[in-house]
Design a protein around this ligand. Structure first.
Ligand code: PBG
Length: 308
């Protein structure tokens, strides 16, 4: 009877697995605050991606960790930069068997750890950053990404990327806009995952956790600029924002079940304080119930296996 009348579905195809690839690694590097998640080598990335696709996940979101960084994040636009090289590997391995997505942001590549380049006063320079995002987006599509994920919260980033792609003929490349991205403490473990160099915070470009209405304004701007999908991030502390986004969005809504949300459950489960599988499925189901069509989650491949 519960199965017959259940309101919310959770299917493998709705899950997207974020993956990390490190430049120059000869073995996968564990991320201590995210037990079970690693920085992959190029080789182990291919294998883990194939496994995730075989488990039924709907997509992969790739992050690259370069061996060296500079002020402009030049490794992000370089066709031989780790993220672009790994995208080429995965596209070659997987073809169109899954939706291959790339993080279109500079924070992994800059030596100061910000999502954009800095001006003479050390503040993030929005418009100079947009010019680099346009180059980065083209490089990622040419390396094999089907979908770009601009996560830097620069004003105008969706429109600039869309125009840049169209101008060089990449009309079919889609944009998953990180529209409502909050300046969250829950990103803590991710900063370890990408060896983040950030000293300060991202409050000049990410949203105040107290603001709900502002999220809708950000979403409307991204839709007007050409977003094909939008995202709310983090997920669990922002279920109301997901709901509000789902109520107004004409395009699919994604939610990112982020590193800190993963770490909390893993830590409690490791202590025997929570039933891991039940908790994970309850978390993912609640994000779907709130209105997310798609969920980025580090449990994607494992949960897909449980759902079969
Ligand atoms: C920025 C980016 C971040 C995450 C995804 N893309 C970190 C940040 O904004 O500081 C966080 C993901 C997570 O915590 O799981 N490129």
């Amino acid at each position: 009877m519960r199965r017959l009348v259940g309101e919310t579905t959770l299917r493998p195809r709705q899950l997207i697995l974020p993956m990390f690839v490190g430049e120059g690694l000869d073995a996968p590097r564990p991320i201590s605050s995210m037990p079970g998640v690693v920085q992959h080598t190029r080789d182990t990335l291919r294998k883990a991606a194939v496994d995730a696709v075989n488990a039924g996940v709907g997509g992969l979101m790739l992050f690259g960790i370069p061996a060296t960084r500079d002020a402009e994040g030049s490794g992000a636009v370089d066709e031989n930069g780790i993220l672009n090289v790994a995208l080429r590997d995965l596209r070659q391995e997987l073809g169109d068997a899954t939706v291959l997505m790339a993080d279109t942001c500079l924070d992994e590549f800059t030596d100061h750890g910000h999502c954009g380049v800095l001006d003479a006063d050390g503040a993030v320079d929005n418009d100079a950053t947009l010019r680099i995002y346009a180059q980065m987006a083209i490089a990622q599509v040419e390396a094999g990404a089907h979908v770009l994920g601009p996560s830097g919260m620069m004003d105008g980033q969706i429109g600039v990327i869309r125009r840049a792609l169209d101008e060089v003929g990449h009309k079919d490349a889609a944009i998953l806009a990180y529209s409502a991205k909050y300046a969250s403490a829950f990103y803590g473990p991710f900063r370890e995952a990408v060896d983040s160099q950030l000293k300060g915070d991202r409050k000049t470009y990410q949203q105040d956790p107290g603001n709900g209405r502002e999220a809708l304004r950000e979403i409307e701007l991204d839709l007007a600029e050409g977003a094909d999908m939008i995202m709310v991030k983090p997920a669990l502390s922002y279920l109301d924002v997901i709901k509000a986004a789902a109520d107004i969005s004409p395009v699919p809504v994604a939610a990112y079940n982020i590193s800190g949300e993963y770490a909390m459950v893993e830590a409690a489960a490791a202590n025997g304080w929570l039933d891991r599988e039940r908790t994970v499925l309850e978390v993912l189901t609640s994000i779907r119930r709130a209105g997310a069509d798609l969920i980025l989650t580090y449990w994607a491949a494992e949960a897909a296996g449980w759902l079969d």
